[in-house]
Design a protein around this ligand. Structure first.
Ligand code: FES
Ligand code: FES
Length: 155
């Protein structure tokens, strides 16, 4: 099947197998390996990307379902060599250790902050509950997302 979609603002068109998952399309066909695969069974959130601005676990979406959409991956977050404010907040608040969950966390946070401009701690915890981290205990991740929300509110 043929798919045509935008990934991080660039158009892509490919002939693909109907059963190809979006995460594998992004990593293997488009060559963007920032999106990680943690579980492949929709449990961990490592593969989270934005599809038309909404966060989706890309291991649960077929690439053909993304036909005609705009997909944003972690590679699309920085601008002109500057980290996205959410990435900056993760760095500042030591919100990562091994970093494996981080791309998915940042994308889930981006979607959360679209919905709640300045979320409460409870809203952040609820918004990120589909994203697992084996290292950090979540505390600093929550702090980073709260700080990114505050920074946006005062910007
Ligand atoms: S790899 Fe998609 S949710 Fe874990
Ligand atoms: S930083 Fe290691 S899994 Fe989250």
């Amino acid at each position: 099947m043929r798919v045509r979609l935008s990934v991080n603002g660039a158009s892509h068109e490919h002939e693909i197998e109907p059963r190809l998952l979006l995460v594998h399309y992004l990593r293997e066909v488009v060559g963007l390996t920032g999106t990680n695969v943690g579980c492949d069974t929709s449990s961990c959130g490592a593969c989270t990307v934005l599809m038309d601005g909404e966060s989706v676990k890309s291991c649960t979406v077929l690439a053909v379902q993304a036909d005609g959409t705009e997909v944003t991956t972690i590679e699309g977050m920085a601008r002109d060599g500057d980290m996205h404010p959410i990435q900056e907040a993760f760095r500042e608040h030591h919100a990562l250790q091994c970093g494996y969950c981080t791309p998915g966390m940042v994308m889930a946070a981006a979607s959360l902050l679209e919905e709640h401009r300045d979320p409460t701690e409870a809203e952040v915890r609820e918004g990120l509950e589909g994203n697992l981290c084996r290292c950090t205990g979540y505390h600093n991740i929550v702090k980073a997302v709260l700080a990114a929300g505050k920074a946006r509110e005062t910007a």
